[in-house]
Design a protein around this ligand. Structure first.
Ligand code: HEC
Ligand code: HEC
Ligand code: HEC
Ligand code: HEC
Ligand code: HEC
Ligand code: HEC
Ligand code: HEC
Ligand code: HEC
Ligand code: HEC
Ligand code: HEC
Length: 308
């Protein structure tokens, strides 16, 4: 499914020239001209603990996972060609931990995306790009160095994992009307793609997301409501949770009057042309706009969204 190259450990051809993919990450460093790739099996002799960590992950050195289109694999994909370091018994050139710790979050992501090529495409638009949070902060169980979180597998559902850092949004999901995320009916990732930014081909990212689960709101309708078709679901709904039924962002007529203030004008005051139909008397008491204009997402029978 992805553009990975697997090389059997021990049979890799050692390349002196870095392949284009690897240069994305190693291009940050001055690699000595004489340094060559030696393979992860050599590291095991002296860095037993780290190699042992990987033994239990998808990145196990035995699997010889490499950067596609290069002779670079395993430890050296991140730490660079280690011939000098190995020959020097640990003294020669290598990209050290201290140097890697100095990289920005996005530069660290490039370390991973040299192999996880498909994640590179839109990662720069993803919600975490530029925040200092990088791949390994969420995937500490897959890489041998520190992480800011407990891994996703430790939690009962996928959302609790995100809430480790996003505790501020928990309150939204405890409101009386809400998407039942804490209960595990749907997950943060159903609406937020934490690996990618919004699809640039989609005409409207948010509506597209909502309509994935609520397709009946898209019509097609003979009479479209431009509040729905031309604006966003979010002009009337809160995405996480709300104090108001149906996740509405306001109760009562204020919801519609954000845009339709014309209906409150009175013909008697000479504003008759604004509202084409006088609502005088109709808005008294508890009457809500959508008690009469019921098919507010669109209708096949009525241009004013009556259902009768
Ligand atoms: C002959 C033993 C030996 C071999 C083989 C070896 N190393 Fe090392 N390595 C050392 C020693 C000794 C140090 C310095 C002490 C330390 O910090 O652990 C070191 C340090 C390092 C560091 C820097 C640690 C820091 O402080 O930031 C990295 C990264 C590293 N090795 C990676 C590798 C990789 C990748 C391989 C395989 C390609 C490898 N080593 C092979 C002995 C070895
Ligand atoms: C995906 C990239 C990546 C791979 C693959 C990788 N490392 Fe590292 N390594 C790092 C980073 C980043 C650090 C810096 C640690 C930090 O940020 O806390 C590091 C740190 C180290 C250190 C310094 C000790 C420390 O904890 O700071 C050693 C030694 C080391 N790596 C050896 C290895 C060996 C051996 C392998 C292969 C079995 C390997 N690394 C595979 C990215 C990687
Ligand atoms: C040298 C290439 C390479 C590098 C560098 C690399 N990966 Fe991977 N990674 C792979 C391959 C290939 C797989 C798929 C293994 C398989 O087929 O099961 C994988 C699998 C994974 C998985 C899925 C694990 C699972 O259980 O399904 C995660 C998560 C992951 N990598 C995260 C990372 C992160 C985070 C980094 C950077 C810190 C990174 N990888 C760096 C090659 C790499
Ligand atoms: C904000 C947290 C977060 C960040 C940042 C993140 N991931 Fe993930 N990733 C996840 C979660 C959660 C899953 C799903 C894991 C599960 O269900 O067990 C996942 C799944 C994966 C998988 C498994 C295969 C797949 O497609 O679902 C791979 C590979 C992966 N991530 C690689 C990466 C790489 C590479 C980066 C950086 C470019 C990255 N991730 C950044 C949280 C994150
Ligand atoms: C390691 C901590 C951490 C984890 C885990 C994490 N995030 Fe974040 N996230 C952040 C930080 C820091 C920011 C940027 C500051 C902010 O807006 O809160 C951010 C930003 C975001 C934003 C953009 C917010 C905005 O204002 O536009 C979204 C959406 C988001 N994260 C969703 C998720 C989802 C979904 C998950 C679970 C897959 C997740 N995050 C896991 C730390 C994390
Ligand atoms: C039903 C879809 C949906 C679900 C489920 C969802 N979100 Fe959101 N979230 C959104 C939308 C849409 C926005 C954008 C609001 C805006 O643009 O005004 C948003 C905004 C955010 C923000 C930006 C700050 C804010 O409060 O507006 C963060 C952070 C965030 N979500 C995190 C999460 C986390 C963490 C989860 C899971 C616990 C989650 N979301 C579940 C749709 C969703
Ligand atoms: C992954 C599927 C999914 C996505 C995406 C989704 N929803 Fe929902 N929605 C549901 C489910 C399931 C319910 C039923 C309540 C529950 O179990 O959380 C629901 C209920 C609702 C309700 C009715 C609540 C009630 O009180 O009856 C509204 C309104 C709603 N969603 C609006 C939205 C909007 C707006 C978006 C986009 C920001 C969205 N949904 C995205 C699955 C989804
Ligand atoms: C102009 C305001 C408005 C916009 C825009 C809007 N809605 Fe609604 N929506 C409402 C109102 C009002 C209700 C409650 C109707 C009722 O209670 O009779 C509702 C109810 C719902 C319900 C619950 C339906 C049910 O039968 O219980 C869902 C689901 C929903 N909307 C999804 C969406 C989605 C998805 C979008 C974007 C494509 C959207 N809405 C855009 C006003 C709006
Ligand atoms: C985000 C702005 C917005 C919101 C909020 C909104 N509308 Fe609209 N609505 C429009 C626009 C724009 C039109 C098209 C106006 C036109 O063609 O004259 C429209 C058209 C209508 C029409 C048909 C008017 C006609 O002349 O045929 C009705 C009825 C209507 N809306 C009712 C509602 C109701 C009820 C609500 C509250 C649930 C609501 N609208 C909320 C923007 C909005
Ligand atoms: C008691 C029923 C009722 C209520 C409540 C009601 N309307 Fe109407 N509305 C009508 C009738 C009847 C018409 C005449 C046109 C038709 O639908 O045949 C109309 C027409 C409209 C029109 C199109 C004509 C124009 O003036 O532009 C809009 C827009 C509209 N209403 C918006 C609203 C809004 C916004 C609210 C809430 C503040 C609301 N309506 C409350 C019955 C109602």
């Amino acid at each position: 499914m992805r553009g990975y190259l697997r090389i059997v450990v021990g049979s890799a051809i050692i390349l002196a020239v870095q392949a284009a993919g690897a240069a994305d990450h190693l291009g940050h460093f001055e690699v000595p001209a004489t340094a060559t790739y030696v393979g992860s099996q050599d590291c095991a002799m002296c860095h037993e603990d780290i190699v042992a960590f990987y033994q239990h992950s998808a990145h196990s050195p035995e699997r010889g996972l490499g950067v596609a289109g290069s002779g670079v694999y395993g430890c050296e994909a991140c730490h660079g060609p280690a011939s000098g370091h190995v020959e020097g018994g640990g003294d020669g050139w290598i990209v050290t931990g201290a140097v890697l710790r100095g990289l920005s979050g996005d530069q660290r992501a490039a370390m991973c995306t040299q192999c996880h090529v498909s994640m590179d495409l839109h990662y720069a638009d993803s919600p975490h790009a530029g925040t200092g949070i990088s791949c390994a902060d969420c995937h500490g169980d897959q890489v041998h160095y520190g992480s800011k979180t407990r891994p996703a597998a430790d939690f009962r559902n996928r959302s609790e994992f995100c809430l480790q850092c996003h505790s501020a949004v928990v309150a939204d999901f405890r409101l009386p009307f809400r998407h039942r995320v804490l209960e595990g009916h749907l997950a943060c990732a159903d609406c937020h793609d934490h690996h990618r930014g919004p699809d640039p081909a989609a005409w409207d990212g948010v509506n597209q997301t909502c309509l994935g689960c609520h397709p009946q709101m898209a019509g097609p309708f003979v009479f479209e409501h431009s509040a729905v078709s031309g604006e966003e679901c979010l002009s009337c709904h809160r995405p996480h949770g709300s104090h108001h039924d149906k996740l509405l962002n306001q109760d009562g007529n204020g919801l519609c009057l954000q845009c339709h203030f014309e209906v409150t004008f009175r013909a008697a005051d000479g504003w008759g042309d604004w509202g084409r139909f006088s609502h005088e008397g109709l808005l008294a008491g508890e009457a809500r706009c959508y008690d009469c204009h019921r098919d507010v997402h669109g209708s096949n029978v009525s241009p004013t969204f009556w259902d009768r």
